[in-house]
Design a protein around this ligand. Structure first.
Ligand code: OXD
Ligand code: MN
Length: 600
């Protein structure tokens, strides 16, 4: 095998970056592929690789009239989701990874995985996938190169990142790139590891072919390594959507929001305001990840490092998210959805009647009497951002968009009001650090148990969680013109267990209050825990929910909050010695106030 500088299919050199070429050569020597193919990201290359994927039965063409440019992939049934128990942060000491991460000694991890990678690509092709996370040419962007033996990964990375020559050009001769190595190996959970080496800006992933385990730009680089780099370099890598709210007068306000999985982040990022909000428009900048830096004007600016959506298909419909349905209608890859006899896709919660016969996600015949789901609950679509009819025209802006409000949310049946604004930055960090969500029937274990998921980053923070909290606290010194911080809860229930708030497009009413608060032009009611809208502050015109229910959704119950605050004690303790005192004192102060109130 030759390791001379790479050329593309037409013989044109792709790069002369010696460090990169040497690194690829070393890993090719280890993994021993039959061929090494450097990807340039061109349309021709996409066509050729897609044809190869079809020939190898990695992709199945769908009905090209109904879904032009769309393909179906069925993963190994043992490989359908991120594997948190097999995801490791490999830092010199365990304390650097902290109590919320699995830790492995870097020497041990390299030794163990080197054995597994040895010869892992024999008989296969190694694809060299250079990519940019973030807009081309932005100082907020980062470059990665993923070496993979999976065509599925290449074609997904092509959608999810700015991939190919553009990344090599931006990298130039620099050695500053994330080094990613991935092999599907034999897709055996016994030999599956997702290892991050933050100090080396390196990710090694083996034994899986699915989503967040293998599309290394996404959770691995943009969040785990990204959060580590953010701490080191003074910025924030967050599990947040970014959207722009445009008023009928053309005023634009940008908001970033963190919600744990299954709380409707993609829906919120693509929201269609209800009829009452004629002339209002929501523009999507991103649906999953935000990288935020302080600009010269002291404001926080955000870019979406991704260039596509890797969204959960089940539950997505013209009813719940018409924008997403339009976005996935062409040039998209569907993973583990069901297929109709005429080559359309289907999943539970899609519009229209349930088809009488389908091929399920495992490739078996399915009918409505079948006891198993037709689509896997974590079935996904991979769609280019540019397909989104509501894509912000600033989504690709190297400067990012200025953030006026940050929202933290969770799924809570009680206690947490529909919306509440923090008094100040530290109080907002406290909101983020204490975020929680109730387990649903979809997950194994007891239903309705609150799980703490600070900043929705529990599985994605690449270093010690207490130090991450501290980093958020310290960022205040840099952000002289900070966004306002809010907490929301669309999922509060009444005593009969019914949702008090309809959610979806109606969330625009809450968003409008948030925008108006951020712009200091609407009232609010001070409570012990933050500002909430008082009667008349929320725009409820044309709303068919009775006002008493809105009052119930926005109410603060001091007794519930006492239990809530007390419940933080164990969680804070579990963070250990890095838990910032400032956040513990926030809790103590609130509890003291609650107790004082109860005694009066
Ligand atoms: C995702 C996740 O896939 O958060 O975005 O799990
Ligand atoms: Mn996510």
């Amino acid at each position: 095998m030759s390791f001379s500088p790479p050329v593309d299919a037409s013989g044109k050199p792709l790069t002369s970056n010696e460090q990169l070429i040497k690194w690829v050569a070393n890993l090719a020597q280890l993994t021993k592929p039959d061929h090494v193919v450097w990807c340039n990201g061109s349309e021709d290359e996409k066509k050729r690789l897609t044809e190869e994927a079809v020939a190898q039965k990695i992709l199945e063409p769908l009905n090209q009239e109904k879904l032009p440019g769309c393909y179906l992939h069925r993963s190994n049934p043992n490989d359908v989701a991120r594997v948190e128990q097999l995801t490791f942060i490999c830092t010199p000491t365990k304390d650097e990874a902290g109590p919320t991460n699995n830790w492995m000694d870097p020497k041990e991890a390299y030794a163990k995985l080197t054995k597994l990678f040895d010869g892992s690509m024999k008989g296969r092709t190694m694809y060299v996938v250079p990519y940019i996370m973030g807009p081309v040419g932005s100082k907020m962007s980062k470059i990665g190169v993923e070496l993979t033996d999976s065509l599925y990964v290449v074609l997904n990375m092509r959608i999810m990142t700015r991939m190919g020559q553009v990344a090599l050009d931006m990298l130039g001769a620099s050695n500053d790139f994330n080094r990613g190595l991935h092999s599907t190996l034999d897709c055996n959970p016994e030999r599956r590891y997702i290892c991050h080496f933050p100090q080396d800006n390196t990710i090694w992933s083996i034994g899986s072919g699915y989503g967040g385990n293998v599309l290394l730009g996404k959770k691995c680089l943009a969040l785990r390594i990204g959060s580590y780099l953010g701490k080191k370099e003074g910025w924030l890598a967050e599990h947040m959507l970014i959207l722009g709210v445009e008023s009928p007068e053309g005023e634009m306000t940008y908001v970033a929001a963190a919600f744990p999985s299954a709380c409707g982040k993609t829906n919120f990022a693509m929201m269609i305001p209800p009829k009452r909000f004629k002339g209002w428009k929501i523009w999507t900048v991103g649906d999953d990840i935000a990288w935020m830096r302080v600009g010269e004007d002291g404001r926080l600016y955000a870019v979406n490092p991704e260039s596509g959506y890797f969204g959960v298909a089940p539950g997505t419909s013209y009813d719940s998210n018409p924008t997403a349905m339009k976005t996935v209608a062409h040039d998209s890859i569907f993973t583990n959805v069901a297929r109709t006899p005429d080559g359309d896709v289907w999943w539970e919660g899609k519009d229209g009647p349930i088809p009488p016969e389908l091929i399920d996600w495992k490739g078996n015949p399915w009918n409505p009497k079948s006891t198993e789901k037709a689509a896997h609950p974590n079935a996904r679509f991979t769609a280019p951002a540019t397909n989104n009819p509501g894509l912000s025209r600033y989504y690709d802006d190297p400067a990012g968009v200025p953030i006026s409000a940050i929202i933290f949310g969770g799924r809570r049946a009680s206690t947490v009001p529909l919306v509440m604004q923090a008094f100040n930055w530290l109080n907002g960090v406290f909101f983020g650090a204490t975020m929680g969500s109730e387990t649903t029937a979809a997950a194994a274990g007891k239903v309705g148990v609150v799980r703490r998921d600070p900043f929705a980053m529990l599985p994605f923070c690449g270093y010690n969680m207490g130090e991450y909290f501290q980093h958020w606290i310290e960022m205040q010194a840099q952000i002289t013109n900070p966004p306002k911080i809010f907490m929301v809860n669309w999922f509060r229930k009444d005593k009969a267990g019914k949702f008090l708030w309809p959610g979806f497009g109606e969330n625009m009413r809450v968003l409008k209050w948030i925008v108006d608060r951020a712009r200091l032009r609407v009232g609010g009611q001070e409570t012990l825990f933050g500002w909430v809208p008082k009667a008349g502050d929320l725009d409820l015109s044309g709303f068919d929910v009775p006002p008493e229910r809105v009052d119930e959704a926005t109410a603060i119950d001091v007794n519930e909050w006492k239990i809530e605050l007390e419940s933080y004690a164990d969680f804070f303790k579990s963070i250990g010695s890095t838990m910032p005192r400032a956040l513990e004192l926030q809790r103590d102060l609130l509890l003291a106030r609650v107790n004082a109130m109860k005694n009066t």
